[in-house]
Write a protein that binds this ligand. Structure first.
Ligand code: PMP
Ligand code: GLU
Length: 397
């Protein structure tokens, strides 16, 4: 009995897989250093936890409208106005079960079989799988280290065809940490308007920025691009709420309405208690995220300097998010105790076996000459992990 051909093309999420492997090793008493999944290592701020408890006590335990409660949508509209100078009304907002689900719903809503979606590479690993699940075709466009992993005009125009339906923009970027500047966004917006394709703008890391870098939403550039953009965001990263599963999308009312219909037949509303707590989160103080960013920044600088001090490794300084790419291209062909490093997967496996350090192979993000480290882990772990990586690299011949 054959299973769905479409579903059989989908791979498991390597980030989640590696994270659960590292967590299991830890539970088994192994002293593992996990640079795997990107999830803030801070607790959800207590004022948000209190709001969830209050929601429970008040009996906010029933179905809500499938696309989310009005009060939360209004809080999201206020957030867009305040943080991104974007005007949306509540009918232009849908609340989903995390930003991942928000993205999934978008591709289900906009793609027809054979539609192409441009994905700058390296990319967050779920994008191509979600596009394929919706019958679309991922079209990758390489970004270069010398462009700080941002797509340039020539490379982008070379992949636009009459089948291009959308492009994914992720700034601040997972896994590279790059952040697009206004001129780069204008270039993309002009091409999207001229060639009539949507921009799916994943802004989940908008609060996590360094060196005074500013986040600009591409939708805020002009009304035409706003109409063609679906802005994705959520509470997972900014409020350390990964397990609560609240994400959202802002966009054209007709698209949001199609997404709401899909959601009404698939998941129904996101968790009611998490929705009510999210209203408080969005209206509340930003101190916790500011503190987290300043902590991430110290780790970023430390890890960058350590990587660049190890002969055979190199990296680019991230400007946002909490990931860093460790370029292992100079180590390909070298051996660890008779086993050859052939790419990012063998590097990651050998490192885990030899030193109990978990990293995500770049191949999962479309780049086999690098691995990704998340520095959303304690400074002690980072120091220990970098010592072990250094020891591992020194043992290669
Ligand atoms: N987009 C990017 C770029 C991510 O790294 C993640 C991972 N959390 C998501 C979306 C999904 O976030 P959420 O946990 O809200 O589903
Ligand atoms: N987005 C995070 C990461 O890239 C969490 C895991 C996931 O959702 O893939 O590690």
């Amino acid at each position: 009995m054959e299973l769905s051909r479409n579903a059989m093309k989908i791979t498991a999420s390597a980030t989640l897989e590696i994270d659960s492997k590292a967590k299991k090793m830890k539970a088994d008493g192994i002293d593992v250093v996990g640079f795997g999944a990107g999830e803030p290592d801070f607790d959800t701020p207590s004022f948000i936890i209190d709001a969830a408890k209050k929601a429970l006590d008040e009996g906010k335990t029933r179905y809500t409208p499938a696309s989310g409660v009005l009060e939360l949508k209004e809080a999201i509209c206020n957030k867009f106005k305040k943080d991104n100078s974007l005007d949306y009304n509540s009918k232009q907002i849908i609340v989903c079960n995390g930003a991942k689900h928000a993205l999934y719903n978008i591709f289900q809503a906009i793609l027809n079989p054979g539609d192409e979606v441009i994905i700058p590479s390296p990319y967050w690993l779920s994008y191509p799988e979600m596009v394929k699940m919706a019958g679309g075709i991922p079209v990758f466009v390489e970004t270069k280290k010398e462009d700080q992993f941002k797509v340039n005009y020539d490379d982008l125009t070379s992949v636009i065809t009459s089948h291009t339906k959308a492009m994914i923009l992720n700034s601040p970027n997972n896994p590279t940490g790059s952040v697009y500047k206004i001129d780069e966004l204008k270039m993309i917006a002009d091409l999207a308007v001229k060639n009539k394709f949507f921009v799916v703008s994943d802004e989940i890391y908008e609060e996590i920025l360094y060196d005074g870098t500013k986040h600009i939403s591409i939708a805020s550039l002009n009304s035409q691009i706003k109409d063609q953009t679906l802005v994705v965001n959520g509470l997972s990263k900014s409020f350390a709420m990964t397990g609560w599963r609240i994400g959202y999308v802002a966009g054209r009312e007709d698209i949001i309405s199609v997404m709401s219909n899909i959601q009404s037949h698939s998941t129904s509303n996101p968790n009611s208690i998490a929705q009510y707590a999210s209203i408080t989160a969005l209206k509340g103080p930003k101190e916790s995220v500011k503190k987290a960013v300043s902590e991430f920044d110290k780790r970023r600088k430390y890890i960058y300097n350590r990587i660049n001090s190890i002969v055979g490794l190199s990296t680019v300084m991230p400007k946002g998010a909490f990931y860093i790419m460790l370029d292992v291209s100079q180590l390909i062909g070298k051996n660890y105790k008779g086993k050859t490093i052939t790419g990012s997967t063998s590097f990651s496996n050998l490192l885990l076996d030899a030193q109990n350090v978990a990293v995500v192979p770049g191949i999962a993000f479309g780049i086999d000459s690098a691995v990704r480290l998340s520095y959303a882990t304690s400074m002690d772990n980072i120091i220990k992990g970098m010592d072990r990586i250094e020891a591992f690299v020194k043992e290669l011949d």
